[in-house]
Design a binder for this molecule. Sequence first.
Ligand code: GLU
Ligand code: MG
Length: 443
Amino acid sequence: MAKYTKEDILRLVSEEDIQFIRMQFTDIFGQLKNVAITASQIRRALDNEIMLDGSSIAGFVRIEESDQYLWPDPDTFAILPWRPQYGKVARLICDVHNPDGTPFVGDPRGALQRVLRRAEAMGYTFNAGPELEFFLFQTDEDGRPTTRTSDEAGYFDLGPLDHGESTRREVTLALEEMGFEVEASHHEVAAGQHEIDFKYADALHAADNIMTFKLAIKTLAQKNGLHATFMPKPVSGTAGSGMHINMSLFREGKNAFFDPAAPHQLSPLAHQFIAGLLAHAQGFCALSNPLVNSYKRLVSGYEAPCYLSWSHSNRSALIRVPSPRGQATRLELRSPDPSCNPYLALAACLAAGLDGIERRLTPPAEITENLYALSDAERERRGIDRLPASLEEAIRTMEADAVVTEALGPHICEQYITGKLREWAEYRDRVSQWELDRYLVTY
Ligand code: GLU
Ligand code: MG
């Protein structure tokens, strides 16, 4: 059921003394965009009359056909708690449409909705609960980010070692004011690394929540003189930041991954979904792990996955089935990192899982050993394949995965692949400090 009607929003804007409304959407590379309108324009905004120049947005349209319209989703209305409390600022998350009213094929939020409709036609609602990890770093005298942290804390440590505690507290309170149900927040393994987990939602609103969460953390860290980053591996030799996604399918209000009579109480449907994710994890890796830097996280030894595998409680596996059952039964996909475009990553994951269901795939046997400790020969003997080792390999694998490319549609695929190949070419051109340290004197 819808949370807000147009009339509710008009009333809230005047009652709450809201002066500005940020109309938000996301480009295909996962950057949050917005145009601020004044309260006097709210009726036009709710009538889908706010325009944007799509030719200025990465991956959208060419200059000859650049008019596009923002159609706000009324349920996403929220007041931004970190903005002034007189003359308040609210936001609405929008879908992007063409002048003729049809949805724009290059809108990532639209792409996710297309796959969600497919799931709906099969009788399923797709829920997602993300776990975002991030670093809080100090800034220098000019306010520029560094990779220094004044914090020596580790997993679940408590102050006074943990200097990010007050930022985590402010973020948690701000998110709760915006209607999030924050379930846990804690210090993570690396110095300066944190995690905040919020309650799952239907995948569309989970993706909206991820975008909001990142904005809240970045804004509130800056207010505290810190720099928050969702870069997957900012410091080598220590843990990187993941964004594990907990996933479940519901049917008629019931968790369809739960089956009290099945082994481990995990339904055949859950097994098919696992098999689908495993079949396409390489194909959607360029989406779940979109940066050159993402592949520096997906290495052995830091609780980030490298191999195609699943298990119940093995944190070296790609997919884990956490212990809760009943309505809380879920699969945790551990490869995604928080730099991904959550709309595209969730669209691809769902398409992968649905493919597993449609083709009634069976997953391989569960792997209970530490995968990092198995030799290459042993993994080969057991037929355990690996995730792509670089962004380039991931893009090539994505191009060849019809389930993933169909989920995104040709427009997004083409734009995404072109942009990412450019990023890869730029990286290849550069000589790194590691190369100088290793080769300059020796050769
Ligand atoms: N930081 C780890 C990663 O890169 C995950 C740690 C955890 O299990 O929470 O995925
Ligand atoms: Mg974690």
